[in-house]
Design a protein around this ligand. Structure first.
Ligand code: FES
Ligand SMILES: [Fe+2]
Length: 388
C-alpha cells in the first residue's frame, strides 16, 4: 500500500479516536433472519456465488514449487490443483478419465505423477494421461484426448482462483477488484504457508462472514482477547464493487502517532482486513496473512466450514519480531474466531431458526455489514435491504 494511503487511513483512525466517532453508514438496516435459513435462497447462493463463480482456493504459497499439489472437494466437485513442471498453476477435476475414481487423496504434497488407485492410469502435473497399464489389452484410445479435465485457473497478486466449471470464465480484474495493488506491495505472492485449520460450526456461512465485519463487538465479546490489543468501535472502510477493505485500529497507534509520519506503518498501527466476494477474508498482520475461506455446508443451511490458512513473510519467519510460533498463532486464532465469534454467531443462527425473530439489524457503525448484504442481494436479484 502506498505510504500516502497508509497515512491517510491511519489519520482517519486517529481522528475517530480523538473525536469519539466511528464511520457512519447513515442508516440502520434490517436484514430478514430468513437470509440465514431459507432453503431456496441457500440453493441460489450455492449456484450463483459458488458453483458458477470463480473461487479463491489458496495462495501462491500453497503450491510452493514445481510438482506441488493441493486437493479439495467443494461445490460438488473434487479439484486437483498443481504447479506444473513449467511452474504454472493448473486445476483439474480430481477424477480419472477411465471410470471417474479420485486420482489423488492426499490434501497436499509434491508429485511428478498421479496414479489412479483403481487400474493405475497415470497422469502428469500438466494433466496429461501418460500411461495406461496393458494398453494393448484395454484397446485403443487417443491418450492426448483423455487427460484430466481442466478447470479455468488464474494466479494473480498471490491469489489462486479456480472456476468450478470447465467451461466457466474468470474475469480476473473484476473478481480481484481493488485488492491487487495492496497485495503486490506486500509481496503476498512470496508468503509461505505455515499451516491450516478447519472449523466446522453450526452457523450459516454468511453469519461467519458477518463476524469479521465490525469492531463494535471488541469491547464486549473480545474483552479479554482482542480488546487489549485493538481499539473497539473504530475502523476504516473502502469498497470496490463487490470487494472491500476494513482497517482495524491497533493500540500501537497511540505510540506511532507521535513519531514522524514517514515512520508510520499501517501494519503496526492498524490491521487491514480484505473481503473478496463471496466468502474470503484476508487478515493482514504485521508479518503474517491469515485467510478464512467460509463455505456453506453442502446439506445443512445452518452449518458452514471455514478453511483457515496461515501464511508468513519468508524474511520474517525466524525474526525475533515474529508473532509467536505458528502453533501458538493457530491456537490463539481459533480461541478468538471459533470460540468467541463463531460461538456467538451460532446463537444468532438458533434465533433465526426459531422463526420467532424475524429480522436482525445492521447499525450505522457497521457499514461493512451493509456492504456484504447489499452485495449478496444485488447478485441474487433481490431488492436492497430496507432502513429500520
Ligand atoms: S478408474 Fe482410474 S484407472 Fe480405472
Ligand atoms: Fe470478532
Amino acid at each position: 500500500m502506498k505510504h500516502d494511503e497508509q497515512v491517510r487511513l491511519l489519520k482517519q483512525l486517529i481522528h475517530q479516536l480523538d473525536t469519539g466517532t466511528n464511520l457512519d453508514a447513515g442508516t440502520v438496516l434490517r436484514n430478514p433472519a430468513s437470509a440465514y435459513t431459507c432453503p431456496e435462497r441457500a440453493a441460489r447462493e450455492r449456484e450463483l456465488f459458488f458453483r458458477k463463480h470463480p473461487q479463491m482456493i489458496g495462495m501462491s504459497g500453497d503450491l510452493p514449487e514445481k510438482g506441488s499439489f493441493l486437493t479439495l472437494e467443494e461445490w460438488g466437485a473434487r479439484i486437483l490443483a498443481t504447479r506444473d513442471e513449467s511452474g504454472r498453476f493448473r486445476a483439474f477435476l480430481n477424477s480419472c478419465r477411465h471410470r471417474g475414481v479420485q486420482i489423488e487423496s492426499e490434501a497436499r504434497g509434491r508429485r511428478k505423477r498421479f496414479v489412479c488407485p483403481f487400474h493405475a492410469w497415470t497422469y502428469s502435473s500438466e494433466g496429461e494421461l501418460v500411461s495406461i497399464p496393458k494398453a494393448d489389452h484395454f484397446g485403443e484410445i487417443d491418450k492426448s484426448c483423455h487427460g484430466l479435465i481442466e478447470l479455468p485457473a488464474v494466479e494473480k497478486h498471490g491469489v489462486l482462483l479456480v472456476h468450478p466449471e470447465p467451461e466457466g470464465v474468470i474475469d480476473t480484474r473484476s473478481v480481484l477488484e481493488g485488492i491487487g495493488p495492496d497485495f503486490d506491495s506486500w509481496g503476498f505472492d512470496h508468503y509461505v504457508n505455515v499451516g491450516s485449520d478447519v472449523y466446522d460450526m453450526p452457523l450459516n456461512w454468511k453469519l461467519a462472514i458477518d463476524t469479521f465485519g465490525e469492531t463494535y463487538h471488541f469491547p464486549s465479546l473480545h474483552r479479554n482477547t482482542l480488546f487489549p490489543i485493538f481499539h473497539g468501535n473504530v475502523q476504516g472502510f473502502d469498497h470496490w464493487e463487490r470487494n472491500h477493505r476494513m482497517i482495524l485500529c491497533v493500540r500501537e497507534i497511540d505510540q506511532m502517532r507521535h513519531r514522524p509520519e514517514n515512520q508510520w506503518n499501517i501494519r503496526e498501527g492498524a490491521f487491514p482486513v480484505y473481503y473478496l466476494f463471496p466468502n474470503v477474508i484476508f487478515n493482514v498482520g504485521r508479518h503474517s496473512l491469515t485467510i478464512v475461506r467460509v463455505r456453506p455446508h453442502p446439506e445443512e443451511i445452518g452449518r458452514s466450514i471455514s478453511h483457515v490458512g496461515f501464511y508468513f513473510d519468508p524474511e520474517q519467519l525466524d525474526s525475533p519480531e515474529a508473532e509467536g510460533t505458528p502453533q501458538e498463532f493457530f491456537e490463539s486464532f481459533a480461541a478468538i474466531i471459533r470460540d468467541e465469534d463463531y460461538a456467538a454467531a451460532s446463537l444468532s443462527q438458533r434465533s433465526a431458526e426459531s422463526g420467532l425473530q424475524k429480522e436482525f439489524l445492521f447499525g450505522r457503525n457497521e457499514p461493512t455489514l451493509h456492504h456484504y448484504h447489499q452485495t449478496y442481494n444485488e447478485v441474487l436479484g433481490l431488492p436492497p435491504l430496507e432502513p429500520a
